[in-house]
Design a protein around this ligand. Structure first.
Ligand code: ATR
Length: 525
């Protein structure tokens, strides 16, 4: 449900805004602290005349809050800061039959109690919203839960908690609060403000937030980061599948409730994982979504993942090693490789796995026999470790070739396998060469980690890069008569294995490959 705050500077303008808003929204919020000389009776009756179904919230925010929300010019007209005037106004709203009044937790439990009993005396038609606004920051989740408990003390109709996002992870805290409230059967509006808080405004409706605030237009924003009503409608349409589920089922840890998954990394904007996973979830008939989160602190992200009952996460650069210390369990494969690319959330217990090695092995095995064959692995980072692990597990023999000799030797010693510096790569005889570095990846597609003449004699050359589909290394290898394997199959297979771990079902690998292929071909110059 969408609520448009009415923030106009005069009563006349407010009447005009109500006229438009009643056509577009389910709720309006009369911001009596901002509407200069606002005539509450006239405003409420205008809204009722316009729409029989519109719900009306009346609020009179503290002066400082209005000023910081960017409405400083108007507060001189406002009702002001006096608690007596505020209580009188909210009592008037109750008498006029407003659907909700909003009172800040900061005004104290005594004021909340007074207004609640006033509501009860007037037939209990008006619900109370107890709200908390923090315009500076988003407190930690446990602190937010404490604040929620304070707000919920008087058993209000709705608890509203709005905080300023200082970082993207703050969205996860306010969204975590939604599941906390729903488990306690308390209706909640929980949001982050500010540019870094827009994720919460977009995602919260599908998580069971009672309503979303949206501005009539950008000039009328009542809080930083607020979407316009048109934008909010588009977002809600996109989330339609989740919104049709009964709210009681949202975030429920079992049953057929939406199964939401995330990608955690930094950066994540270029990732094609959301496209691939969302298509797969749809095809598998699983209600839920997969969203990318650009995070700064993996510890906080995992904490929020538990709180929000996110079923699983993919982990990408640069957190594949960093997440390990926050997990409850780590699979033997991931421990051996020393990196986690997949997290499974089992009722709050997080297990780390690695599907990168499986993605690579499944791709290799489709083209060739791995057992007793020699594989030159170019690079000595996490992907190289995953590749070497998979090859050895299948009975193959890895050889490490790396630019930095010390780093390459450390890995080769650990694996008990030969090491060559990149400049000596031409001397090696092997069955397959695998590039695990990022050299040649878009937008540096003119680069290759290996000189073309060093590729002669390799039956197979594989690149873990999938964008571009044919890297310079693969194009050179083809010219030398080698069979080539692109990183696309590895990418699809590692993603498919993640889905299998999360859902226990076989994912539609061909479809996943098709959508990624189509996107890559579309973006090719
Ligand atoms: P990942 O976890 O994705 O494997 P990583 O741990 O940063 O990433 O490892 C990247 C690997 O690519 C490293 O082995 C790196 O070589 P160095 O050890 O010499 O740094 C290799 N690499 C990166 N850029 C390279 C380049 N321009 N030429 C050759 N190797 C490169």
């Amino acid at each position: 449900m969408i609520c448009i705050p009415i923030t106009s500077g005069t009563n006349k303008e407010a009447l005009r805004a109500i006229e438009k808003s009643c056509r577009l929204a389910d709720f309006i919020e009369l911001r009596m602290d901002l509407i200069g000389r606002g005539n509450l009776a006239q405003l409420i009756s205008a809204a009722r005349d316009r729409s029989a179904s519109i719900k009306i919230i009346v609020t009179c925010r503290k002066k400082e809050e209005a000023a910081r929300a960017g409405k400083a010019r108007r507060v001189k007209n406002a009702v002001g800061n006096s608690i007596d005037r505020k209580i009188a106004l909210l009592k008037e709203a109750i008498e006029l039959g407003a659907d909700f009044i909003d009172i800040e937790l900061a005004e104290g439990q005594a004021v909340i109690k007074t207004l609640k009993s006033f509501c009860a005396k007037h037939g209990g038609q008006t619900g109370i919203i107890v709200s908390y606004h923090n315009l500076k920051e988003t407190p930690e989740l446990d602190k937010l839960e404490e604040i929620f408990n304070q707000c919920a003390k008087a058993k209000p109709a709705i608890v509203k908690i709005v905080t300023m996002a200082q970082k993207v992870e703050d969205n996860m805290k306010t969204m975590g609060l939604i599941s906390y409230a729903r488990k306690r059967s308390q209706k909640i509006i929980s949001l982050c403000m500010g540019d870094k808080g827009v994720i919460s405004r977009a995602v919260a409706p599908s998580m069971g937030n009672y309503l979303s605030f949206a501005a009539l237009d950008l000039k009328e924003q009542s809080a930083p980061g607020q979407f316009t009503v048109g934008e909010m409608r588009q977002i809600n349409a996109l989330l339609q599948r989740q919104r049709t589920a009964p709210l009681e089922q949202v975030l429920c840890p079992s049953g057929d409730s939406p199964q939401n998954y995330v990608l955690l990394g930094n950066p994540v904007r270029q990732s094609l994982s959301p496209l691939m996973h969302n298509e797969a979830l749809k095809k598998m008939g699983i209600e839920g979504s997969y969203n990318a989160f650009c995070v700064d602190d993996p510890g906080e992200a995992l904490q929020s993942m538990r709180a929000m009952n996110i079923r699983g996460a993919s982990v990408t650069i640069p957190f594949k090693v960093a997440v390990m210390k926050y997990l409850d369990d780590i699979d033997a494969d991931a421990l051996e490789i020393g990196a986690v690319n997949t997290i499974i959330n089992n009722h709050g217990r997080l297990r780390g796995c690695n599907t990168d090695w499986l993605g690579l092995i499944l791709t290799l095995k489709k083209a060739m026999t791995v057992e007793n064959k020699t594989f030159v692995i170019v690079g000595a980072g996490g992907t190289a470790r995953a590749a070497a692990y998979g090859i050895m597990k299948e009975g193959g023999l890895p050889v490490i070739a790396n630019r930095t000799v010390e780093k390459g030797k450390v890995l080769a010693d650990k694996l008990n396998c030969p090491f060559y510096s990149l400049s000596e790569i031409g001397k090696i005889k092997a069955d397959c060469l695998i590039n695990t570095t990022s050299v040649g990846m878009y937008p540096h597609q003119d680069k290759s980690p290996v000189k073309i003449r060093a590729l002669a004699g390799y039956p197979y050359v594989m690149d873990v890069i999938y964008n571009p589909l044919k890297t310079k290394l693969l194009a050179d290898a083809e010219k030398q008569g080698c069979k080539i394997l692109s990183g696309l199959d590895m990418f699809v297979n590692q993603g498919a294995e993640q889905l299998r771990l999360w859902t226990g079902k076989e994912p539609p690998r061909a479809l996943m490959k098709k959508v990624i292929l189509a996107r890559l071909i579309q973006s090719e110059p």
